[in-house]
Write a protein that binds this ligand. Structure first.
Ligand SMILES: *Cc1c(COP(=O)(O)O)cnc(C)c1O
Length: 389
């Protein structure tokens, strides 16, 4: 029987996925998920204008989309005050991560990231044969000096940093990032994953210097814009980097409906502002809930909050028990982050249902505050917060 010969790299890789999707979890467990709070999808839907634009675009679905995403890049260039040649569009950050890694990483190339950070980056590095070097989090935050030192020590060509971070929700402001860029060796590219960039305060966002060859930033329409299923995101980088990406990117890889929706969503800044406000309210509610139940919340600049259960076994137990009740949350896979449960900010109704489910469990686990239902809204939040910037 003929056995095809796979590349040595592919043959050497274990069959893994970066993380198991909720739909897959449903199939494995044979149980429906009624509260989908584990994938940081937006609970607040998409802009009505974006929805209308997508419906209109269906009329042209038999045509290939614009491989240059011209109109979208034009709008983004204007918005970020960069040239169109500083922008690349991809089918989400996950796609763009693969493109950036492909452009810089070959067999044995050193790459640095945090231990337990967003796993799709490492997945791509493994897929191109790079040598990953991990730096532990420090107090549930990316250790910027540690990352810079590791880059020097390993001769890294690329550092990956999610800011704001997933899975902790923590962030570093513009000042810290500027210091970090001075510490990073000159020949090392910093890949900034800003999937949650919209949730940062403007003063915390690192200024964009379009021709800085060392910084590549990735943004997405999956989170604040609520278009995760549409698969669209973009990268901002020096023109030379964009040219490099264009040598190998999938030219027709971005869905035309997604292009139309993204374009319209950028025009609906009022809608996005309302999402950001609603998410901030929900985060505050989770902070108070965590405090009540003895699971301190980490301060977050994202659309999710990580609650610290105090031990990995407790976090696993809570996650599994919640899943049995149809509630999907995530627990990071790597110690010491594996004692966190990461929960997406839902709608007010979803948050109430989540709080009830968690309180029931907390009662069972004999955690403090669990016998005091209906008290989440009535408390202030001050102590009990951890992490932060
Ligand atoms: C959600 C998320 C992504 C995925 O973005 P897509 O554009 O949907 O691929 C990337 N990075 C981080 C840190 C995320 O949390």
């Amino acid at each position: 029987m003929f056995r095809p010969e796979y590349s040595r790299l592919i043959a050497s890789l274990p069959a893994t996925v970066p993380f198991v999707a909720p739909d897959v979890l449903e199939r494995i467990s044979g149980r429906g998920i009624s509260l989908r709070l584990g994938a940081n999808e937006s609970a607040f839907g998409i802009s009505p204008q974006a929805q209308f634009a997508i419906l209109q675009a269906i009329g042209r679905i038999s045509w290939y989309g614009d491989p240059e995403s011209f109109r979208l890049r034009e709008k983004l260039a204007h918005m970020h005050r960069v040239a169109m040649g500083n922008l690349v569009i991809g089918s989400g950050i996950d796609d763009l991560l693969g493109l950036v890694v492909r452009a810089f990483v070959e067999q044995g190339t050193s790459v640095v990231t945090s231990l337990g950070s967003y796993p799709t980056f490492s997945y791509h590095v493994a897929g191109y044969g790079g040598a990953l070097h991990f730096v532990p989090y420090r107090d549930y935050r990316n250790d910027l000096s540690g990352l810079a030192v590791a880059a020097i020590e390993t001769g890294a060509r690329l550092i990956y940093l999610a800011n704001p971070d997933n899975p902790t929700g923590s962030w570093h402001g513009a000042g810290c990032l500027d210091t970090f860029l001075h510490e990073v060796p000159n020949n090392c590219v910093v890949l900034l994953d800003e999937a949650y960039g919209e949730f940062l305060l403007p003063e915390d966002v690192l200024p964009i210097i379009p021709e800085d060859p060392r910084v590549i930033r990735l943004r997405t329409f999956s989170k604040a814009h609520g278009m995760a299923g549409a698969r669209i995101g973009y990268g901002i980088a020096a023109a030379e980097a964009i040219t490099a990406f264009s040598k190998v990117r999938v030219q027709f890889g971005v869905n035309s409906l997604a292009q139309a929706g993204a374009l319209a969503s950028l025009d609906d800044s009022r809608f996005i502002a309302s999402v950001i406000t609603a998410v901030a309210e929900g985060r505050d509610e989770y902070y108070v809930l965590g405090q009540k139940l003895g699971m301190p919340a980490l301060r977050s600049a994202t659309n999710f909050v990580a609650l610290d259960t105090g031990s990995a076994s407790k976090a696993q137990y809570i996650k599994d028990s919640l899943l049995q009740r149809g509630v999907f949350v995530r627990v990071p896979g790597t110690a010491p982050l594996d004692q966190l449960i990461r929960v997406t900010v839902g709608t007010p109704g979803e948050r109430t249902a989540f709080a009830e489910a968690l309180r029931d469990l907390a009662e069972y686990l004999c955690l403090p505050g669990s016998e005091a239902p209906n008290s989440i809204e009535s408390d202030s939040h001050g102590p009990g917060l951890r992490g932060s910037s």
